[in-house]
Design a protein around this ligand. Structure first.
Ligand code: BGC
Length: 375
C-alpha cells in the first residue's frame, strides 16, 4: 500500500504545512521528491496563480503545498502565487510569469472574464494554459483539472435532506458561492437536482437563495442573518456552498441560540469544517482530495512543457462543457465524497488532514469514539 501523508497543521486562522512521512513504501518505483525541495537547476518553469485566501482555507492550506510537492515530483520549477482576490493583481502576476519564461501557466481564476483574458495573453505567446479547479467560461485554455462539481452540489443536496429527516415543510435558506465562479453555478445545479423536486412537492420550503460575491464568508454570514431575521428567526436547513460560508452561518446560528439545531452543509473538508461536524454544528462537508487534483495538474503540466500533447490528452480523457464558448474542454474530473460525522475518519486516514488538527480539546474524546487517530 502506498502512503504518503501531508500533515496540515492548523495554526490560528491560517494553515501551515508540515510534512510527515507516516508511511514508507519499499516497493515505490522512485523516492518522492523531498517536500519543499528546490527544483533541480535549469528545471522547466511553470507558473501557478491561485485566486484568493479568504474564501476558503483550501487555497493556501491544501492547494499551495500539494501543488508545490506535485510539481517538484515532476521535476518542474513551480512559481505559485496567490492573487488575494484582486483581478488586477491576477493579471500582473500572469504578465510577470509570462515574461519570466514559464513553459505552462496554471490558473484558478477569480472570474471567467479575467481568467480568460490571462489565458488569451499566454496563448498569444505560445504558452499552454491549464484551468485549475475553476473553468473560465468563454476562454481558450487548453485543459481543465477539477472535480465533478455538479456531483459536489448533488452531494450537498443529499447531505441536507439526510440531515433534515422527515420534517414536512422544513424551511431552507441557500447561501451560494460567487456569481463569477462557474463552479458555484455547477454546485447550485447539482443541489437543485435533489432539492427542486422537494420544493415543488412541498416537502421542503425554500425561504431564499442568495449568491455571495467573491465567496466572502463575512458577507455570507450577514446575508444569512438578514434572511433569518426576515423569516422570523425560523430555519431548519441551510445550504452553505463551502465550509467557510458554513462557519460564518454557524456563528450567526449561535447568536440566535440555534447552534446544533439546524442542518448546515459545507464543502472542502477543512479542519474547521470537520471540527464543526464532530461538534454537531455542521451536518456534512464534501471531501475533494486536492492531492489528486495537484498530481494530475503537475503531470499534465510536465507533458505540456515538453509539447507532448498526446501524453497530455492521455491524462485529460474527460471533457467539461463550456456553454459560453460553445466548446468541450479536455479535462480531468475527479470524484468528490460526502463526509458526515460517521466518516470524518476517511479524510484523516487519507492523509488530507491530520488527526492533530481536529482532535483537540473536548473533541479528543469524540475522535476516540469514532476511531479517528494519528494512525
Ligand atoms: C472551489 C471550492 C472553494 C470555493 C471558494 C470553488 O471554486 O471549487 O473548493 O470552496 O471556490 O474558494
Amino acid at each position: 500500500m502506498r502512503i504518503r501523508r501531508t500533515a496540515l497543521a492548523a495554526v490560528g486562522l491560517g494553515l501551515v504545512l508540515t510534512m510527515a512521512a507516516c508511511g514508507q513504501n519499499a516497493a515505490a518505483p522512485s523516492a518522492p521528491a523531498a517536500p519543499g525541495s528546490a527544483a533541480p537547476a535549469g528545471a522547466t518553469k511553470v507558473g501557478v496563480i491561485l485566486p484568493e485566501t479568504a474564501s476558503s482555507a483550501r487555497w493556501e492550506g491544501f492547494d499551495k503545498p500539494l501543488l508545490t510537492q506535485a510539481m517538484a515530483a515532476e521535476g518542474l520549477d513551480a512559481d505559485i502565487q496567490n492573487a488575494q482576490g484582486d483581478e488586477q493583481k491576477f493579471a500582473t502576476l500572469a504578465d510577470g510569469m509570462i515574461s519570466s519564461g514559464v513553459k505552462v501557466l496554471v490558473i484558478a481564476s477569480i472570474s471567467s472574464e479575467s481568467g480568460a483574458a490571462v489565458a488569451a495573453k499566454a496563448k498569444a505567446q505560445g504558452i499552454p494554459v491549464i484551468d485549475y479547479d475553476r473553468l473560465n467560461l468563454g476562454g481558450t485554455s487548453d485543459y481543465y483539472v477539477s472535480f465533478d462539481n455538479t456531483k459536489v452540489g448533488h452531494l450537498q443536496g443529499e447531505g441536507l435532506v439526510q440531515a433534515l429527516g422527515n420534517k414536512q415543510g422544513a424551511q431552507v435558506i441557500e447561501i451560494e458561492g460567487a456569481p463569477t465562479d462557474n463552479n458555484a453555478t455547477l454546485f447550485y445545479n447539482g443541489q437543485q437536482e435533489v432539492l427542486k423536486p422537494l420544493y415543488d412537492s412541498g416537502q421542503l420550503k425554500l425561504v431564499a437563495s442568495q449568491k455571495i460575491p467573491e465567496w466572502d464568508n463575512q458577507v455570507g454570514g450577514t446575508t444569512f442573518e438578514q434572511l433569518l431575521t426576515g423569516n422570523g428567526g425560523k430555519v431548519d436547513g441551510v445550504v452553505a456552498a463551502n465550509d467557510g460560508l458554513a462557519g460564518a452561518i454557524i456563528t450567526v446560528l449561535g447568536k440566535y441560540g440555534l447552534t446544533g439545531q439546524v442542518a448546515v452543509t459545507g464543502q472542502d473538508a477543512t479542519p474547521d469544517g470537520l471540527q464543526a461536524i464532530l461538534r454537531g454544528d455542521q451536518s456534512m462537508t464534501v471531501y475533494k482530495p486536492i492531492k489528486q487534483e495537484a498530481d494530475a495538474t503537475a503531470k499534465l503540466a510536465a507533458a505540456l512543457a515538453t509539447g507532448d500533447t498526446a501524453a497530455a490528452d492521455a491524462i485529460a480523457t474527460q471533457t467539461e462543457d463550456d456553454p459560453k464558448g460553445n466548446r468541450q474542454v479536455k479535462s480531468v474530473l475527479l470524484e468528490p465524497q460526502l463526509i458526515t460525522r460517521d466518516n470524518v475518519k476517511t479524510v484523516v486516514d487519507d492523509g488530507a488532514v491530520p488527526a492533530s488538527a481536529i482532535c483537540v480539546g473536548n473533541l479528543a474524546a469524540t475522535c476516540q469514539q469514532l476511531g479517528i487517530s494519528a494512525g
